[in-house]
Design a protein around this ligand. Structure first.
Ligand SMILES: Nc1nc2c(ncn2[C@@H]2O[C@H](COP(=O)(O)OP(=O)(O)O)[C@@H](O)[C@H]2O)c(=O)[nH]1
Ligand SMILES: [Mg+2]
Length: 303
């Protein structure tokens, strides 16, 4: 098992190769869930920003432009790009890398791709750990780009403090379907590709829908921002709104985020303890032949 304390010292000193190694170890589960406390203790409370939306909506191009905007503010930026494909097909990962190439060689930008490998929700299982590692390395904000498809949006919203949903002018009739999910997860909505016809109309349509959705929603309608990621138009304004969203966070939001982290840690600890138990195989057998229900078996393993 690699020495996390030594690895963290190198990471905090700005060693990019050590950070890359740490991310690989976290992804592969090499460090063991019982050794991860120091990773979070080393964090600096970086702003975690989720960027989600359908494939091809311009998320990676927008992230590239946002990184530029944050660099102009003197911020060091970490990016985790989640790819839904298997590690074998890897095509989109290459695409993401190319679209973020503007910042290759900038020591204050760190971009990492992760394959979700079909994990539930479209986030890689180790995404929250990778985000903690980039935080420990002093990157702030840490951006997580993920493909938005139902559950993935909910998942990223429970991890990120600011969730940006990227749509395109051509969403048309999908708008109604998008609406429910949007209201649930989006802190900001972007109509990207606003150089295309119909963009203003699409943005107006979205705003109108969100404002009439009211009542049922537990929070105010998210603002709608138009961008053209390829030219950078609207990106500085978006960057400012993202920063503002963090600056205006409430105690309740801080607690909600803490609860989400705690939930993940409890789940990961419980899983480790249960799966490491000598009784694991017998519990599996008991659940398989229905002599024990899964909750009773879980109680026994964790008790
Ligand atoms: N016209 C136009 N094309 C864009 C814009 N943003 C991204 N694209 C293009 O849309 C395609 C998909 O972009 P990408 O960033 O890979 O989308 P992702 O799958 O959401 O990450 C690429 O060919 C981009 O060049 C934009 O604002 N306007
Ligand atoms: Mg992408």
């Amino acid at each position: 098992v690699p020495d996390l304390a030594a690895r963290l010292r190198d990471v905090e000193a700005g060693d990019r190769r050590a950070l890359a190694r740490l991310l690989t170890e976290l992804e592969n589960g090499d460090l063991g869930a019982d050794a991860l406390g120091p990773l979070f203790a080393a964090g600096h409370d970086a702003h975690l920003v989720g960027i989600t939306g359908p494939p091809g909506s311009g998320k990676s191009t927008l992230v590239n432009a946002l990184v530029k905007a944050w660099r102009e503010e003197g911020r060091r930026v970490g990016v985790i790009a989640i790819d839904p494909s298997s590690p074998l097909t890897g095509g989109a990962i290459m695409g993401d890398r190319i679209r973020m190439m503007d910042h290759a060689g900038d020591p204050d930008v760190f971009v990492r791709s992760m394959a979700s490998r079909g994990a539930l929700g479209g986030l890689a299982a180790a995404t929250w750990l990778a985000a903690a590692a980039l935080d420990a390395a002093g990157y702030d904000p840490v951006i997580i780009e993920t493909v938005g498809a139902g559950q993935a949006e909910v998942e990223i919203a429970s991890l990120a403090e600011t969730t940006v949903v990227v749509e395109v002018p051509e969403m048309g009739d999908e708008v109604q379907a998008i609406k429910a999910g949007l209201l649930e997860v989006a802190d900001l909505i972007v109509v990207n590709k606003s150089d295309r016809p119909g963009a203003d109309r699409a943005a107006r349509q979205l705003k109108a829908m969100l404002s009439t959705a009211g009542g049922r929603a537990a929070r105010p309608a998210p603002p709608v921002v138009q961008t053209t990621a390829t030219s950078g138009e609207g990106v500085a304004a978006l960057r400012e709104m993202i920063d503002q969203h963090r600056a205006q966070r409430t105690d309740a939001q801080v607690r909600e985020r803490a609860a989400n982290l705690l939930r993940r840690a409890v789940a990961s600890r419980a899983q480790l303890r249960a799966a490491g138990s000598d009784d694991w195989e017998s519990a599996v057998a008991a659940v398989a032949d229905r002599t024990e229900d899964p909750f009773a078996a879980a109680d026994r393993l964790l008790g």
